[in-house]
Design a protein around this ligand. Structure first.
Ligand code: 9MR
Length: 497
């Protein structure tokens, strides 16, 4: 009798413990919105190369940042240097349950913008006759031997200051902003932030402001309307930019990729039918309005440009990329997006059409022509301010001449040009790095001259990442700093000194 009581007691205890465990898990799940891991990105005190090695499952060594927890999309490794992410439709998040309800809400309190932080704000467009401002900081670091071998990836993160004394943004201050993309992991490494603040006066969120980061499926379903929830990673970057006086390029409002499929479907359900044209226009307007209002309210004056529509055309220029926007709204989804963006953007925010392979050099040059035609149409209604040339380049394609000429082609339409995602693929060895430096030298000597003399109207240049191992195509060592945050010869080519 006593024995069976004890047995019953033990069974009850086990049951209670098991139940508590489940309850804990349920509670945790409802507290935070699921956020993707940032495997592959180096954290404070973590060896950069270890971080990259940890991401060996991704082709680029840089785990895609997917702040909403949507399935990461595979990245291309194709032949053409500049390519879009895989054309596959983005994977929708799974149907939400109560446990998936995000509790995070957009910030509503606006704190005063910092002043006197010492970070100068560049004027985007100067008088064309002005001489380029010389960098003020000294001393200049020793220039690495051209074609210096890439440093071993096993070298740990530097413990001393990574500051150079020269600065890309100061070099071009008064001509154009000089920026980089940033993802949330950058902020975990004080050497990275130190270098970013010395070199750049503009940032772009690499993934944290894309529709799949901001759209909240649970709330959309619960409220029956478009609801955005700004994740903590996004706020972290924007607050840091605000605190340090950085300007921000908004990226991106309307894009075929990284926009959840459920956003286009009835009831915001992954298995719903595609919605009507009228409903989709209303969702588009609501989304654009909420994002722009959020930025204006919380970060007034910080966003100087927005990519309103990204990558709408096919690469060979024969037509529009097939996607949910195009399926539901037809060709004029682009114009509609710009109308809404113009309606809700503050006066100081410039509106851009952004694409890759914008210089495409097929015999009929159709992609460039298509973009030019779009700009002309949008300009009739004063809906566009500029063209974003992504510039995911390679040392042997496109030619530096073709690239620079296309900057002028777009400028001649009377709009601004911004180089929005610059990187240059090359082989990761000494000769590859020399080719990369020579190529960038050709491009920047021409751009510097053309902008100074008014041949082109370049208002911003952004590289797509701080250092090679932070790049979406890390294996091609496409950036200006190596894995140890040391400047490559490519850096000095861009600096043009
Ligand atoms: O650099 C971004 C990478 O981390 C993401 O996994 C990828 C997913 O689409 O997007 C990358 O950024 C892209 C940018 O938003 C638009 N132009 C092409 C860029 C490189 O794919």
């Amino acid at each position: 009798m006593g024995k069976s009581k004890r047995t019953l007691g033990i069974i009850t205890l086990c049951f209670l413990l098991a139940f508590c465990g489940c309850a804990d898990k349920r509670e945790t799940g409802s507290e935070t919105r699921p956020e993707a891991s940032v495997t592959g990105e180096a954290g404070e005190g973590q060896n950069v190369s270890e971080a990259a090695a940890g991401a060996a499952q991704t082709p680029t060594g840089n785990a895609p940042q997917t702040p909403t927890g949507n399935a990461p999309q595979e990245l291309p490794t194709g032949v053409s240097p500049e390519q879009s992410p895989t054309a596959g439709e983005p994977t929708g998040t799974t149907e939400p349950t109560d446990a998936a309800e995000p509790t995070e809400t957009p910030e509503s309190t606006v704190t005063a913008a910092p002043t006197g932080n010492g970070k100068p704000t560049a004027t985007p467009k100067p008088a064309v006759t002005a001489a380029p401002q010389k960098p003020t900081a000294t001393p200049k670091p020793s220039r690495p031997t051209e074609g210096q071998k890439p440093t071993s990836t096993s070298t740990p993160i530097p413990t001393q200051s990574v500051k150079l004394g020269t600065s890309l943004y100061k070099r071009y201050e008064g001509y154009f902003y000089f920026g980089t993309c940033v993802n949330a992991s950058y902020l975990n490494n004080s050497k990275v932030t130190e270098l970013v603040l010395e070199q750049f006066n503009s940032i772009t969120c690499e993934n944290e402001m894309k529709p799949d980061a901001l759209l909240n499926q649970y709330q959309c379903q619960a409220q029956g309307k478009v609801v955005i929830t700004v994740p903590s990673n996004t706020k972290k970057i924007l607050d840091w930019a605000k605190k340090n006086g950085l300007k921000v390029r908004g990226h991106v409002l309307v894009w075929y990729s990284q926009t959840p499929d459920w956003f286009f479907r009835e009831g915001f359900r992954s298995n719903g039918a595609l919605v009507s044209r009228e409903e989709m226009l209303s969702r588009m307007e609501s989304y654009i309005k909420q994002v722009l209002n959020y930025c204006d309210t919380n970060y007034p004056g910080m966003f100087y440009a927005w990519d309103v529509v990204n990558e709408a055309f096919t690469d060979d220029g024969t037509g529009y990329r097939d996607c949910n926007w195009y399926k539901i709204l037809g060709e004029d989804y682009i114009t509609e997006a710009f109308r809404f963006a113009r309606k809700y953007a503050s006066a100081g925010t410039k509106l851009f059409y952004n694409d890759f392979n914008t210089y495409i050099n097929y015999s009929d040059k159709l992609k460039t022509t298509r973009i030019c035609n779009l700009v002309k149409e949008l300009k009739k209604e004063n809906l566009i301010d500029g063209v974003g040339m992504q510039a995911h380049l390679g040392v042997s394609y496109p030619s530096a001449d073709d690239f620079v000429r296309t900057v002028t082609t777009f400028s001649n339409l009377g709009v601004e040009v911004q180089i929005t995602e610059l990187d240059v693929m090359t082989t990761a060895n000494a000769s590859g790095w020399k080719q990369q430096a020579d190529y960038l030298d050709r491009i920047f000597s021409a751009l510097e001259k053309n902008d100074r003399t008014g041949v082109c109207n370049l208002t911003s240049v952004s590289v797509w990442g701080i250092a090679d191992n932070y790049s979406w195509r890390a294996e091609s060592t496409p950036l200006l700093f190596d894995d140890n945050l040391k400047p490559k010869a490519a850096y000095y080519s861009v600096l043009q000194q």
